[in-house]
Design a protein around this ligand. Structure first.
Ligand code: SF4
Length: 208
């Protein structure tokens, strides 16, 4: 399966997902909130949060209880509120108020896993990153690119198969493709230009 062709075809079907922020700190904090939460819920909470606490300095001085009230109904909002405040404090005390720009340092921040770190690298600080979220994982599995259900393994496989200068395209296009066409339930295979290359289609629709 030619991954350049797969990416080109997806890009021919959907526009890229546009993040609500381009500032690395806001991307990071929104990423912490996003785990197991719908994008629409996360985005609304992020807007509310940065209206009240627009900077890392202000968030570092907040109490998690105050943040809880603002970001609810984000999933696991109590733990995430603690992570948001702790991460802001670490950025102030150990990184001079700036978001770290390496995977290693990002992973040391509370609430930050590989998905969030990759999003910060690719969308926030202009480095190469390939974030495997639920859409990237599902689509890669259906296409037969990965047999693993572990995002870390899928990230390794995708990074091996996709040229580095295209890593940053993967998440934004796969997310939109996953919302509009390769949906979690009832994917729209009839209109999908990847049918012939898709393991899921061959095993399900294609055998009818
Ligand atoms: S053919 Fe269906 S399952 Fe396969 S990528 Fe397209 S929409 Fe997803």
């Amino acid at each position: 399966m030619d991954m350049d062709l797969i990416l080109d075809r997806i890009e021919g079907m959907v526009a890229p997902h546009i993040a609500i922020w381009d500032d690395p700190f806001r991307i990071l904090i929104t990423g912490i909130m996003s785990t197991r939460t719908k994008d629409e819920v996360t985005d609304r909470a992020s807007l509310r949060l940065f209206c009240e606490y627009p900077t890392v300095q202000k968030l570092a001085k907040a109490s998690p209880r105050e943040i809880e009230k603002i970001i609810k109904p984000v999933g696991f909002y109590k733990n995430k509120s603690k992570d948001i405040v702790s991460t802001s404090r670490i950025i102030m005390t150990e990184h001079e108020g700036k978001v770290p720009t390496t995977m290693k340092k990002l992973l040391e921040l509370p609430g930050v896993g590989r998905k969030v770190a990759n999003i910060v690298l690719s969308e926030g600080v202009g480095k190469d990153g390939l974030a495997v979220d639920t859409h990237v994982q599902r689509i890669s599995f259906r296409l037969g690119i990965t047999n693993s259900e572990k995002p870390e393994e899928t990230e390794r496989i995708l990074k091996r198969r996709i040229k580095r200068d295209r890593w940053n395209e993967v998440n934004s296009y796969f997310v939109e493709f996953g919302k509009k066409i390769c949906k979690p339930v009832h994917p729209l295979c009839d209109i999908c230009k990847l049918k012939e290359d898709c393991k899921y289609w061959r095993e399900n629709e294609g055998s009818n």
